[in-house]
Ligand binder design. Structure first.
Ligand code: SAH
Ligand code: AVI
Length: 320
């Protein structure tokens, strides 16, 4: 019987790094904040609600592709491989692969949301008691170390959700190169990538009728209040999300309704009426543009599948 899930002992982002990034982003012009800070425990729970929304098509489309292709993916995974998942969240898509790939050696979910990760890893271990589960609380945009147990196994990567789209394109290419180094020559990466489509469909997905995406966006200010003792009035900001076709990205912003000042970590931050904090980009690719980026980062495309409407794509890549 393998050892139970190992406890995570540290938050993946030290408060001081969070404070420094918040002050740097809010004193810059235009104001911006890194989207990785959406994901404290409350943010992870809100993201799970987003995945259930009727307007948020990416999750349903990707699940459909993975369910149809699970056997093909399982056949490509080397026996005894460790599956390393980047940005695992609730690991719900992983369960589709685990049901098809019976001979995996281990599962290492990597996520910045440390407490949520621990809960999800514990739940997964209860469902799959024979699977070695080794959660890693880390920022995957920085160097991090894989657990010893998976270092000695062949490694395959899983990066669903189109989280790659939250990187700037040059950061996405750097991430892919680094993932190749972590996973090793000849390794596989199964990666979900959201596709360019009708503007209305895109904009609805980020402006849902129930306001869950707005709450997810505003949670960033709530988190700054909770962890850094700021006093943002959440009612003083509006959620804005729109498709910037020139840059091929959904932009999310928080717009100040009126002119005001907030103190954050000893700094006075002034807002003009209508001024925004740019909180997230979600880049949308074509199958070809993503393939070209992956090739430029040292990955060879092996397979690519889309859903019936070509809303979403799942690429299988091999490194080196
Ligand atoms: N894979 C899941 C969750 C996607 S949401 C799905 O497809 O539904 C994005 C996930 O990536 C969140 O769980 C978030 O906590 C994690 N994440 C975002 N930025 C991260 C970073 N820089 N390092 C590690 N994890 C990150
Ligand atoms: C995690 N990521 C791919 C989501 C996206 O669609 O860009 C985050 C999100 N932001 C708003 N809704 C969902």
């Amino acid at each position: 019987m393998p050892a139970p899930v190992r406890r995570l002992d540290a938050a993946s982002t030290p408060i001081s790094a969070f404070a420094a990034d918040v002050v740097a982003g809010l004193t810059a012009t235009p104001k911006h904040l890194p989207p990785k800070y959406f994901y404290d425990h409350a943010g992870s729970a809100l993201f799970e609600r987003i995945t259930q929304l009727p307007e948020y098509y990416p999750t349903r489309c990707e699940i459909d592709i993975l369910q149809r292709r699970a056997a093909d993916i399982a056949a490509l995974l080397p026996p005894g491989a460790a599956l390393i998942e980047f940005g695992s969240g609730s690991s719900s898509k992983t369960r589709i692969l685990l049901a098809a790939a019976k001979n995996l050696g281990a599962y290492a979910p990597v996520d910045i949301s440390a407490q949520f990760l621990q809960q999800q890893a514990d739940a997964l271990h209860r469902e799959y008691p024979k699977l070695v589960v080794r959660p890693v609380a880390a920022d995957f945009s920085q160097p991090f170390v894989l657990p010893d147990a998976v270092q000695i196994m062949p490694r395959s990567g899983f990066f669903p959700g189109s989280t790659i789209g939250n990187f700037e394109p040059h950061e996405a290419a750097a991430f892919l190169r680094n993932a190749g180094r972590i996973l090793g020559r000849g390794s596989l990466l199964i990666i979900g990538v959201d596709l360019v489509k009708d503007t209305q469909v895109l904009q609805k997905a980020y402006n849902d009728a129930q306001g869950v995406t707005a709450a997810f966006n505003l949670n960033l200010l709530a988190r700054i209040n909770r962890e850094l003792g700021a006093k943002f009035n959440l009612d003083g900001f509006e959620h804005h999300a729109f498709f910037n076709r020139e840059r091929s990205r959904i932009e999310m912003h928080l717009a100040a309704i009126k002119r005001h000042r907030v103190r954050v970590c000893g700094e006075c931050i002034d807002f003009r009426a209508g001024e925004t904090i740019h909180t997230e980009n979600s880049y949308k690719y074509s199958v070809e543009s993503f393939g070209a980026m992956a090739r430029g980062a040292g990955w060879k495309p092996l397979e690519v599948w889309t859903d019936a409407r070509s809303y979403f794509s799942v690429h299988v890549l091999t490194f080196g």
